[in-house]
Design a protein around this ligand. Structure first.
Ligand SMILES: [Zn+2]
Length: 95
């Protein structure tokens, strides 16, 4: 049996929603493996369902709010993201 994927589960730092990323098993062919935490964060970066911004793990909905801050190249601070999420019209926080 071949390993298909490894799931990394996160709670969004913006709204508390749970979301997942899938760790690519191709990493196992690397000579120097990143830590399991780095692999988990990589699973939600790029093509993942969310993002890591200002050390916050954000679901797709909160990522859209954070991405709308400033221009395309701007990297918002944690305070700016928290303020934007507080102003955003989003569904209730997850329990
Ligand atoms: Zn969220």
């Amino acid at each position: 049996m071949s390993l298909r994927d490894i799931t990394a589960r996160f709670s969004c730092d913006g709204c508390g929603a749970r979301f997942e990323g899938y760790i690519d098993p191709a990493w196992r062919t690397c000579e120097v493996l990143p830590s399991v935490f780095d692999l988990a964060e990589d699973a939600i970066r790029g093509f993942g369902p969310g993002s890591v911004q200002a050390d916050m793990h954000l679901c797709a909905a909160c990522t859209r709010v954070a991405d709308a801050i400033g221009d395309e190249e701007y990297l918002p601070t944690r305070d700016e993201i928290v303020a934007a999420l507080a102003r955003a019209d989003r569904p209730e926080r997850a329990p």
